[in-house]
Write a protein that binds this ligand. Structure first.
Ligand SMILES: [Zn+2]
Length: 248
């Protein structure tokens, strides 16, 4: 029999299998993304259920199997999350889906793991705005993949962007301003949104956390990031629709 191995991991996807089992997709720190069979996980009082919610982080003991690893043991890492908040849950869903779409199975992605671990802890904590941390994580993932949006020059004419409103064109991967906005199927990008996006692109969390972050800004920043990532990944992020519906 193949020998068991341990790793820590964060749950990206879960689906029911058979009568009582679940197949989990987990991003592990050292072994990359893995599909894992969790036997009996759907039974009441299942032994390992505590650490197996979406974005839960656990120390895992896994046994290599014929088609996928089998979960032998999971021990949650860090504080257990507070009572579920719908916006936090929706943000967790978007983040899990984004990471799942970004990484391939079986290749270790230490930087993606780090981003995911930090963002999932922030999103699960009651004293942070989950939408802000989701946006920061989305930017960080785009930076790792080398597909950050263009925020320096107009993507239509190449002129330097001014401190004014424009529009974000996901097909072009950036912002257009002035005459270049005409006829473009695009999302609004106010001067304030452009400032926030630029700070996020610099991964300047401290400044971002001090910036004004109101409902209009949140909606614009989020819509731009989701559209940009969906365009790049060439697939819809389903959980993002839930987030839009929860907007106050
Ligand atoms: Zn232009």
């Amino acid at each position: 029999m193949a020998s068991p191995f341990s790793d820590e991991g964060i749950v990206l996807r879960r689906r029911a299998y058979g009568d009582a089992d679940r197949i989990l997709v987990i991003l592990t720190r050292d072994h990359g993304k893995l599909s894992v069979m969790a036997k009996g996980l759907r039974r009441p009082r299942a032994r390992n259920a505590a650490g197996m919610d979406l974005l839960a982080r656990s120390q895992l003991l896994l046994v290599p199997g014929r088609s996928m690893a089998v979960l032998a043991q999971a021990r949650p890492i860090g504080p257990s999350p507070g009572p579920p908040d719908p916006v936090g849950l929706a943000c967790a869903g978007v983040l899990a889906e984004l990471v799942d779409a970004t990484v391939e199975e079986g290749h270790p992605e230490p930087r993606v793991y780090e981003i995911l671990a930090e963002a999932s802890a922030r999103i699960g904590s009651a004293d942070a705005d989950p939408r802000l941390w989701l946006a920061l994580a989305a930017f960080a993932l785009a930076a790792v993949g080398g597909y950050q949006p263009e925020l320096r020059v107009c993507v239509a004419c190449g002129r330097e962007l001014e401190n004014r409103e424009g529009r974000f064109v996901s097909a072009l991967g950036g912002v257009v301003q002035g005459d270049c906005q005409a006829g473009a199927a695009a999302l609004p990008c106010s001067a304030a949104t452009l400032r926030v996006l630029r700070r996020m692109a610099l991964a300047d969390e401290r400044t971002v956390l001090r910036l004004r972050w109101n409902a209009v800004l949140k909606d614009e920043v989020e819509a731009i990031l989701i559209a940009h990532l969906e365009h790049h990944l060439d697939r819809p992020i389903k959980a993002a629709r839930v987030l839009v519906e929860l907007r106050p």
